[in-house]
Design a protein around this ligand. Structure first.
Ligand SMILES: Nc1nc2c(ncn2[C@@H]2O[C@H](COP(=O)(O)OP(=O)(O)O)[C@@H](O)[C@H]2O)c(=O)[nH]1
Ligand SMILES: [Mg+2]
Length: 198
């Protein structure tokens, strides 16, 4: 906190800002669009399309009332660390058919937040593999749906086969504080991997 009496946020000059591309990744219906909508300080961009009957056979409906699917990407922006870090959030689909696009998604990205649902952890395995293959550091956010079973951290790590240093947080993608906490866990991880601290 500075000594300024003003409560308005004070941003450092642009040259002191670190701009970071981050992926918000996960399978269909996991909460990517919701999280980016929740967090973005600018109107977020989404390329959702109404699902057709044809897609219904491809994208299984774990969320029965979901009528749209992300066909390409979501985009949002979030400034953290007292204005020092600007995160550019790219919601990236985890469906198998998007695999050819992964090198483009990953280009220039520093890390990824992988969203998982304990009802269908295996649905996130492929996206975790893609992220590991891309050489990106990541954190895992468990998006807590009401019907999702709750596991302790050790069990979750075993089931997901993620290493001890990979942050694992519980979140609600509809909730700003909770989503921010997940992004902070990722950011702190990325900064510490780069040898710094937030
Ligand atoms: N209960 C609950 N519902 C959520 C949560 N996050 C997303 N949803 C709902 O789950 C559905 C799928 O979310 P969406 O963000 O579109 O998934 P995407 O395909 O990964 O972009 C939407 O109807 C959301 O309102 C959450 O944390 N809790
Ligand atoms: Mg979406």
């Amino acid at each position: 906190m500075g000594s300024s009496p003003s409560s308005a946020p004070v941003y450092l000059p642009d040259s002191n800002q670190e701009r970071v591309k981050v992926l918000v990744a996960g399978p269909f219906g996991i909460g990517k669009t919701t999280m980016i909508r929740t967090l973005s300080e600018i109107p977020s961009l989404h390329t959702e399309e109404v699902m057709t009957d044809a897609a219904a056979h491809v994208d299984e409906l774990a969320v029965p009332d979901k009528k749209t699917t992300t066909v390409a990407i979501d985009f949002g922006r979030l400034t953290i660390a007292q204005g020092r870090i600007v995160l550019y959030l790219f919601g990236t689909p985890g469906q198998r058919r998007f695999k050819p696009l992964w090198s483009d998604y990953a280009r220039g990205a520093l890390g990824a937040l992988v969203i998982v649902d304990t009802r269908r952890l295996a649905d996130s395995f492929e996206v975790i593999d893609l992220i590991e293959e891309s050489g990106l550091d990541y954190a895992v956010a468990v998006n807590q749906f009401p019907e999702s079973p709750e596991y302790d951290e050790e069990t979750l790590r075993l089931k997901l086969d993620v290493e001890d240093h990979t942050p694992l947080v519980i979140c609600d993608a509809r909730d700003w504080d909770s989503s921010l906490n997940a992004l902070r866990a990722l950011s702190a991880h990325l900064v510490s991997r780069a040898g710094g601290s937030l």
